[in-house]
Design a binder for this molecule. Structure first.
Ligand SMILES: *[C@@H]1O[C@H](CO)[C@@H](O)[C@H](O)[C@H]1NC(C)=O
Ligand SMILES: *[C@@H]1O[C@H](CO)[C@@H](O)[C@H](O)[C@H]1NC(C)=O
Ligand SMILES: *[C@@H]1O[C@H](CO)[C@@H](O)[C@H](O)[C@H]1NC(C)=O
Ligand SMILES: *[C@@H]1O[C@H](CO)[C@@H](O)[C@H](O)[C@H]1NC(C)=O
Length: 364
């Protein structure tokens, strides 16, 4: 049965009444929330609408936390330390070339926080701001909704934008993430992405993801230049190290990919119209855990955590290079500069929508 906590508003604060203990929560400060059902248990925070932990059983029934993160919420605020662990990134996920774009006749300048380019919404992206806790629900499908009002000119982007993300445990081992954004007064690019780093063997297993077996439902990808910006080409994966149509270990061809995997995969269309597309399956033979992701987004950023360098994480765990996979469904990077890529610009009256479903299982 689903279990969550009733919520009551008390002078701007929420009192979360767990069955055993009560925690008082003020909306002005980052707090930790728990969603659980059966043997899936998540911790989230309104700082960056971030997933802090995901605990699920392995094939032998042992529970383990399979996402990278920090013990202290302060660490998630530190842009030098935090590689977007678990965060909801925006207003525009991934890179925008030369930290600028032109829209409706105006040139918009953004902060350059990745060489000369903008990464994940700028210096203070949606991952670094405090979201409101809009709804908490218990019952059969426990859920939490975070909302954020992004103001006109925030990190250089045009127009006010109302954003929401809802995390719902929809089944015993299934988590749905539904993202929405509504421009209120100006056209703006929008691309939201969930940036959890997954290590199915356990965040503290000390293992890399190089022997994870991966299948990605994508027959093309968008090649990048040396600054990880798309060239604009859309190229078949066949015969390249980006072909995961047959389940393959991450490590088997990673030496042929300069720097490791950090690439936008062009996902195949869904099997049926208006259905989610199956994006990726990760199978960790060490723990027996399997993760499947479905989405309505056209792309998947497949990132093998190339840039992690002995980051000290939860419980003192050391996260080195290749210690996790980020599996960020999204519209294509730098879409605002490539008219052949799927649209990323939304007008007042339109709604940006992005759904993803994570299903956790184990090898039989
Ligand atoms: C942020 O993290 C870096 C790298 O660990 C550290 O040197 C710096 O002191 C931290 N900044 C703050 C404000 O905690
Ligand atoms: C940024 O742009 C300037 C001017 O074009 C160039 O000299 C510099 O090398 C660029 N920096 C990076 C990190 O690409
Ligand atoms: C386009 O620009 C004009 C002039 O600056 C402005 O009045 C209008 O609101 C803009 N439209 C959108 C959709 O951003
Ligand atoms: C997967 O793990 C099982 C049990 O640990 C082992 O017997 C098997 O050889 C492994 N298979 C591969 C392909 O590594």
């Amino acid at each position: 049965m689903g279990k969550l906590y009733q919520n009551i508003w008390i002078v701007g604060c929420i009192a979360l009444l767990a069955s055993l203990n009560a925690v008082q929560v003020c909306s002005e400060s980052p707090k930790v929330f728990t969603l659980e059902k059966g043997d899936l248990r998540l911790k989230l925070t309104n700082l960056g609408a971030t997933v802090l932990s995901v605990v699920v059983p392995d094939a032998k029934g042992n529970l383990g936390d399979i996402v990278l993160g920090f013990d202290s919420l302060d660490s998630y605020k530190n842009g030098t330390l935090d590689p977007y662990f678990g965060a909801l990134v925006g207003r525009v996920a991934n890179r925008i070339k030369d930290a600028q774009f032109t829209l409706n006749g105006t040139v918009y300048h953004l902060p350059a926080n990745d060489g000369n380019n903008t990464l994940h919404g700028g210096k203070i992206g949606f991952d670094k701001v405090l979201w409101k806790v809009a709804k908490i629900r218990g019952g059969a499908q426990p859920s939490i909704q975070f909302t954020y009002h992004s103001y006109d000119g925030e990190q250089g982007f045009p127009g006010d934008l109302d954003v929401s993300v809802t995390y719902t445990i929809t089944g015993n081992k299934e988590l749905a993430v539904v993202m929405n954004a509504k421009p209120l007064n100006k056209a703006t690019p929008v691309c939201l992405a969930q940036h959890t780093y997954w290590n199915l063997a356990g965040h503290n297993s000390g293992r890399t993801i190089l022997d994870n077996k991966v299948k990605i439902w994508a027959h093309s990808y968008t090649p990048v230049d040396e600054h990880l910006l798309p060239t604009g080409a859309i190229v078949p994966v066949q015969g390249t190290p980006y072909d995961f149509n047959r389940e393959t270990t991450v490590g088997s061809r990673i030496k042929n990919v300069p720097g490791g995997y950090d690439i936008n995969m062009v996902l195949d269309p869904p099997k049926k119209k208006n259905h989610l597309r199956h994006a990726v399956r990760v199978n960790d033979n060490f723990s027996g855990r399997i993760l499947n992701i479905w989405t309505d987004a056209p792309g998947l950023q497949f990132y093998s955590s190339n840039m992690l360098k002995k980051t000290v994480g939860k419980g003192g765990a050391i996260y080195g290079q290749y210690s996790a996979l980020a599996l960020e469904t999204q519209t294509f990077p730098d879409g605002v500069h490539h008219s052949n890529f799927p649209n990323t610009v939304y007008y007042p009256g339109q709604t940006y929508r992005h759904t993803m479903v994570y299903r956790f299982s184990v090898q039989k």
